[in-house]
Write a protein that binds this ligand. Structure first.
Ligand code: ZN
Length: 179
């Protein structure tokens, strides 16, 4: 099943009033901020957006976004594959004041008439993307078995001597016994 392209802009209140559900894909190459944050994307970004009004009359969007991307491993600087997914409830507001008053279950979506749906998708992905990514130990290009184990006792030597820590004496005694 091939989903069509997600519309770039939508009239969010109109869609919400009609309880429209949209599903589609976005070409990650079209999202410049995302492209800058990743190495590459594996395939399209898959999006579903259910527009509706909640019981208090808000215009809301339940949005699911997922993408498979390649990012840089911060340990070996190789690439690794990562699935980025987010599920968000957005509520449409006009002003920052309204945004501040939203219940915590909503993220504010400040919009006049049209919203740039692709930008909302991009924002969600950037929020969901971990700041630092690492391979699992077995797959990482860097040998993790030889990680510096910290010189013996060095940790204690660096401790603030004025710090009143009754355990430091016990620990140093124990350290002497073990060595
Ligand atoms: Zn790695």
């Amino acid at each position: 099943m091939t989903a069509g392209a997600l519309p770039h802009t939508v009239e969010v209140r109109t869609l919400a009033a009609r309880a429209v559900s949209l599903a589609g894909v976005v070409d990650p190459a079209k999202l410049t901020r995302l492209s800058a944050a990743i190495v590459a994307a594996n395939g399209a970004i898959v999006v579903s957006a259910d527009f509706d009004r909640d019981e208090e009359g808000r215009y809301v969007v339940a949005m699911q976004v997922s993408a498979n991307v390649l990012v840089t491993c911060q340990r070996c600087l190789g690439t690794l594959e990562q699935t980025v997914a987010s599920t968000t409830s957005l509520a449409v507001v006009w002003t920052d004041e309204q945004a501040a008053q939203l219940p915590p279950r909503y993220e504010p979506l400040i919009a006049e008439a049209e919203i740039e749906l692709w930008e909302v998708v991009e924002d969600e992905l950037l929020l969901a993307l971990p700041s630092f990514s690492y391979h699992s130990d077995a797959n990482c290009g860097v040998e993790t078995g030889v990680q510096a184990s910290g010189g013996d006792g060095e940790g204690f030597a660096r401790e603030n001597p004025e710090k009143d820590n009754p355990f430091s004496v016990l620990q140093s005694l124990k350290g002497e016994k073990d060595s």
